[in-house]
Design a protein around this ligand. Structure first.
Ligand SMILES: [Zn+2]
Length: 296
């Protein structure tokens, strides 16, 4: 295994795929707390982690995206942050074994600084509490993801970096504007996020969700043009979702996604995985394409 940051410099690595949409397939119903499954449906969560290990991922995330006290509080579980995050990391650690890395997932709190629903100190405390529990459970890195507000992302990265000894990754979610440029919902561009997040203590930056593989190519180019050395992590959706018969469908097959891997590698990406709608099948094909793209 060894140091994750050193390994990233040696070859393009493969991360895992979706958790949220995978849990739904396993029976998680709307209104149920996904993180509670770490104790109530432990085997199902472990099965998801194991299926990504079997698909050839180098690193596995944790079922803790909504594990902050603010998100858990919606289910009356705000006092179980430490337990549910520790267990999330322990499950992925069990699947990953000694040879793969575990990345502790931290998503947005859902509280907006802009609307004064929360103050920065409260966010910092929540992210500190969650990241410490994830590392106690066995996470080798923290990945702050799906961020749209740069200020919240900076606070999350700082809280994880200042209170744990592991590397902190951060990805934001960008949408394509009619002009062809990419911005988060709060108006942040890929290049704008770089300096503040590095200053806050992030070691790896990138994008997740919001786009399929093709849209991520321009985002990687923008980050790479602005910064030649920062490692870049991409977790793409299986295409842009379409709504049909009251259900959400992600249109891209494993080979559709894998088709863009070579361009992503040439644009300068360091880690590729999947977000919503991706499956172990997607991760397996992405891994095969990375091996091909890296050998040419
Ligand atoms: Zn997603």
């Amino acid at each position: 295994m060894g140091n994750i940051l050193e390994s990233i410099q040696r070859r393009v690595m493969v991360s895992d795929g979706a958790w949220g949409t995978f849990l739904q397939k396993k029976g998680l119903r709307p209104g149920e707390c996904p993180e509670l499954w770490n104790v109530s449906h432990r085997q199902e969560v472990l099965d998801i982690a194991r299926s990504y290990v079997e698909a050839g991922a180098d690193m596995i995330e944790t079922n803790s995206f909504g594990g902050s006290r603010f998100k858990l509080g919606k289910y009356g579980l705000a006092d179980r942050v430490a337990e549910l995050n520790r267990e999330a990391a322990a499950i992925s650690r069990e699947a990953a074994g000694p040879d793969l890395w575990v990345m502790g997932s931290i998503g947005p709190t859902g509280k907006l600084l802009l609307m004064e629903e929360v103050i920065p100190d409260e966010l910092y405390d929540a992210f500190r509490e969650q990241s410490v529990a994830l590392v106690e459970g066995g996470a080798d890195a923290i990945v702050v993801e799906t961020m749209t507000d740069l200020e919240e992302a900076v606070i999350a990265v700082r809280a994880a970096a200042e209170n744990t000894a592991v590397p902190v990754f951060c990805t934001m979610t960008f949408d394509k504007l009619l002009t062809g440029e990419y911005r988060t919902m709060m108006g942040v561009s890929p290049s704008e996020m770089i300096r503040p997040l590095l200053d806050a203590g992030a070691s790896v930056l990138g994008a997740n969700c919001g786009n399929g593989m093709e849209g991520m190519i321009a985002i990687v180019r923008e980050i790479r043009n602005a910064n030649a050395s920062v490692p870049i992590l991409i977790h793409a959706n299986a295409g842009i979702p379409v709504y049909r018969d009251g259900q959400t469908h992600f249109p891209e097959s494993p080979s559709d996604m894998a088709y863009h891997v070579a361009d992503l590698v040439h644009a300068g990406v360091n880690i590729i995985g999947g977000c919503c709608g991706t499956t172990p099948g997607h991760i397996r094909e992405i891994r095969d394409q990375i091996l091909k793209a890296s050998s040419t």
